[in-house]
Write a protein that binds this ligand. Structure first.
Ligand SMILES: *Cc1c(COP(=O)(O)O)cnc(C)c1O
Length: 459
């Protein structure tokens, strides 16, 4: 059968005008921002590919839901709608709302992790690992080796290497492992999915060792779409069915609903165990708010409930991932080194390959993101040594194999023409890549330094 192009399953009802800047203005802006794209003013950005977090375009249904906010302090109608939607689509019985994903991570880590515990996961995520460490745990990476290789085209780079789990349990014992943390569509690996088969194997491993399985479900629908497209025997299922199946394999979940679920703010901690729920309710009142709003307004919980339903539609996912792949193919066709296969939420530029003259200690990905902004007003972000931070014990920089710039695509926001301009800008920077200079810190925050760190060019 002839293959049809995908197109967006929506039309545009309202637009937001963008400011165009000159090269001189952008040079001044990046200098003032300390060569950190997080410190740029949004006004000075043309196409904002910093993140896919909280920047999706809500639907008219979601905006209508905003008007239906029940802002009662306790027992808001929108909370029950959200909770029931989570049970219907994600299987979890109990839900504690939080202001965003890290609020859920904080509560979960405090409840489950004891000093000296080990928490295996399929690659770290910045805030997730930090909360595990603050609670006294050590993160242990158990993702397959292919995930660390930008040139491997393994279809499920988010998979867990069960042998690595075995090695850990043999070394420290199951009582030192409070839970295994599995992310769907692993952000730091380049938005790469885990297969259903692998997740089932992890489930079996957890059952065998009596260890809980926790799901970082921030991008579960994107992961489900990849399973439908790539995994043998899964083609007949809908994204919605696969999402449910993934969640049902796990015991609890943390969610940043600013991603998949297309709201500007919000998250939750969900679980099936009543005792865990009770303890989460005790902590949520300390850090977030009462257990029926946990840091969210009623209107935001309503928009989230509607966003969950929209996020698991096959045609939405086809357009979402289709747009990311469109950008990826343009770059690949032009010979730009990018992480393969294309991710679910982003295309990752291989900064080590694009700027081979800059040693990793001079932050090539940070420098490349700054150069791309100066070129065209496109804002990307670093995912390399700056994001990885320092080892708490030795004080040395972590030197991750992946030194990447992330072009993150917000959901339902930009057009194909924006993707064309993005690809053309990256290709132009490639042409003068050898002139891009390395960077050094002028200010280095102790934690999550990529957010507020400042740099200058190395002479
Ligand atoms: C964004 C994100 C988080 C943290 O969520 P916030 O809403 O930003 O606090 C956790 N895990 C993953 C994989 C994420 O992408």
């Amino acid at each position: 059968m002839e293959k049809r192009s995908w197109a967006e399953p929506y039309k545009i009802k309202m637009v937001e005008l963008l400011k165009m800047t000159t090269l001189e203005e952008r040079k001044a802006a990046i200098k003032e921002a300390g060569f950190n794209t997080f410190l740029l003013k949004s006004e000075d950005v043309y196409i904002d590919l910093l993140t896919d977090s909280g920047v999706g375009a809500m639907s008219d249904q979601q905006w209508a839901g905003i008007m239906m906010g029940d802002e009662a302090y306790a027992g808001s109608r929108n909370f029950y709608h959200m909770r029931d939607t989570i049970t219907e689509y994600y299987s979890y019985q109990f839900t504690v709302p939080t202001h965003q994903g890290r609020g859920a991570e904080n509560i979960l880590s405090q409840i489950l992790i004891k000093d000296g515990d080990y928490v295996p996961g399929n690659m770290y995520f910045t805030t997730t690992r930090l909360h595990q460490e603050i609670a006294g745990g050590h993160f242990v990476d158990v993702i397959i080796n292919e995930a660390h290789d930008p040139d491997s085209d393994h279809p499920f780079k988010g998979n867990v290497d069960i042998a690595k789990l075995d090695r850990l349990v043999n070394k420290v014992g199951a009582e030192k492992i409070p839970y295994v943390c599995i992310a769907t569509c692993v952000n730091m690996a380049g938005g790469q999915p885990i297969s259903l088969e692998n997740l089932q194997a992890v489930r079996q491993w957890c059952d065998k060792h009596n260890v809980m399985l926790v799901h970082d479900m921030t991008r579960v629908a994107e992961n489900a779409y990849f399973i439908q497209q790539r995994e043998t025997g899964q083609q007949h299922k809908s994204v919605k069915e696969i999402v449910y199946e993934i969640c049902a394999l796990t015991d609890a979940a943390t969610m940043s609903s600013k991603k998949d679920a297309m709201v500007n703010i919000g998250g939750f901690l969900a679980m099936n165990d009543a005792t865990l729920y009770e303890r989460a309710c005790e902590l949520v009142v300390v850090y977030e708010g009462l257990h029926t709003y946990g840091g969210m307004a009623g209107r935001d919980m309503e928009a989230l409930a509607i966003g969950i339903r929209e996020s698991v539609q096959d045609n939405h996912m086809q357009a979402r991932i289709g747009q990311v792949a469109y950008l990826g193919k343009k770059l690949e066709d032009a010979g730009v080194p990018i992480v393969k296969p294309y991710g679910g939420h982003a295309i990752f530029l291989n900064a080590k390959a694009i700027l081979p003259h800059i040693p990793q200690s001079q932050f090539p990905a940070q420098a490349l993101a700054a150069a791309l902004y100066v070129e065209s007003g496109i804002r990307a972000m670093e995912r390399g040594v700056v994001s990885a931070g320092r080892d708490a014990q030795t004080g040395e920089n972590f030197m991750p194999k992946l030194e990447l710039v992330r072009l993150t695509i917000p959901r339902r926001v930009y057009t194909q023409a924006h993707m064309d301009v993005t690809a053309e800008s990256v290709i132009r920077v490639m042409k003068y890549a050898s002139q891009v200079k390395g960077l050094k810190f002028t200010y280095e925050p102790k934690m999550l330094r990529f957010f507020m760190g400042r740099f200058e060019e190395v002479a």
